[in-house]
Design a binder for this molecule. Structure first.
Ligand SMILES: Nc1ncnc2c1ncn2[C@@H]1O[C@H](COP(=O)(O)OP(=O)(O)OP(=O)(O)O)[C@@H](O)[C@H]1O
Length: 203
């Protein structure tokens, strides 16, 4: 592997732990495990949103040396349920005119909508675009296509593949869909008995 973008060494919490894990820029990591095994929680560890012990680094720089808000801008979590607090969708974007809405089958008029009237699928797609607008290095996605039909899921996967390659960025995502894991995974991390391990399987 080229030098890792994200690296973990003996990370531990009350719920979950991992020994050594590493992933490089341009990779798509699929995180799997049964319901309730801690996938969402693990993404929150990576985003430094819950207390953890051990070592996590981004491009060789330890998380302890990077202020939390900066870390979360570089290692950005898109949870399965997104929060919207401004009057209009566009108010949540730094550069709304640059957002590739069409790539996800969204009309540009949606930027002028009140977020409370969005459908769950619109909300999910816009939450991803809002995250990309912040230009993260690592994108942590919790079941990003859970509310999407197969056509929209395909569009989202294409957008994510392009983002990974061109940025190049690192994608870590959860999915309950084995077919999606097969389509997307360059690397598989699995939660077994409270341990996150790299299965060594690659697509
Ligand atoms: N901040 C927290 N403190 C303590 N326990 C938590 C915290 N967050 C989640 N948990 C617990 O961790 C366990 C794993 O939850 P998590 O949501 O990460 O599972 P998951 O693998 O994402 O499940 P699913 O596939 O059903 O979404 C659950 O028992 C949950 O109650």
């Amino acid at each position: 592997m080229q030098s890792p973008m994200l690296e973990l060494n003996t990370v531990q919490t009350d719920i979950i732990s991992s020994k050594h894990l590493a992933a490089a820029s341009g990779e798509r990591v699929l995180l799997s495990g049964p319901s309730g095994s801690g996938k969402s929680y693990f993404l929150r560890i990576l985003a430094d949103l819950v207390p953890w012990q051990g070592a996590i680094s981004l491009n060789g720089k330890p998380a302890s040396a990077i202020p939390g808000p900066e870390w979360r801008q570089r290692v950005m979590l898109v949870p399965s349920a997104s929060h919207w607090w401004q009057p209009l969708v566009e108010d949540h974007f730094t550069h709304p005119s640059d957002a590739p809405l069409e790539a996800l089958g969204l009309d540009r008029g949606i930027l002028k909508k009140d977020p409370q009237y969005l459908s769950s699928g619109e909300r999910q797609r816009l939450a991803l675009l809002r995250a990309l607008d912040r230009k993260p290095a690592v994108l942590l996605l919790d079941e990003p296509s859970a509310n999407l039909d197969p056509e929209r899921t395909g569009q989202m996967e294409t957008l994510l593949n392009d983002w990974c390659k061109k940025t190049p960025g690192l994608l870590v995502m959860t999915s309950h869909d084995p077919a999606q894991r097969t389509r997307m995974a360059d690397r598989l991390w699995q939660i077994r008995g409270g341990q996150v391990i790299d299965t060594g399987e690659h697509a």
